[in-house]
Design a protein around this ligand. Sequence first.
Ligand SMILES: [Zn+2]
Length: 101
Amino acid sequence: MVWQSSTRRARLPRNWARLRARVLRRDNYQCQERFSTGEMCAAPATDVDHIAPGDDHSMANLRALCAWCHRQKSSSEGGHAAALTRVCTERPKQTHPALEG
Ligand SMILES: [Zn+2]
């Protein structure tokens, strides 16, 4: 399996497996993602996510997520820079005033 975030994976602490299990148990093995509607996902959690990406492996910065929510989050983090450049090249479509009415 090829991971594009291999450098980030390599930075996981030695006790990651134990930490991960502790987070899943704390969160009752339920996905902690909260949708914009205010509802919890609460699907069975299989992944542990860093709330703030980086090297903070404290319990406060970790939460249980289901695979789906984790993938959504990871892909939006990875695609952020690309999305920013894309915004600049896309221009809103405008109708020439002379062509209206
Ligand atoms: Zn979820």
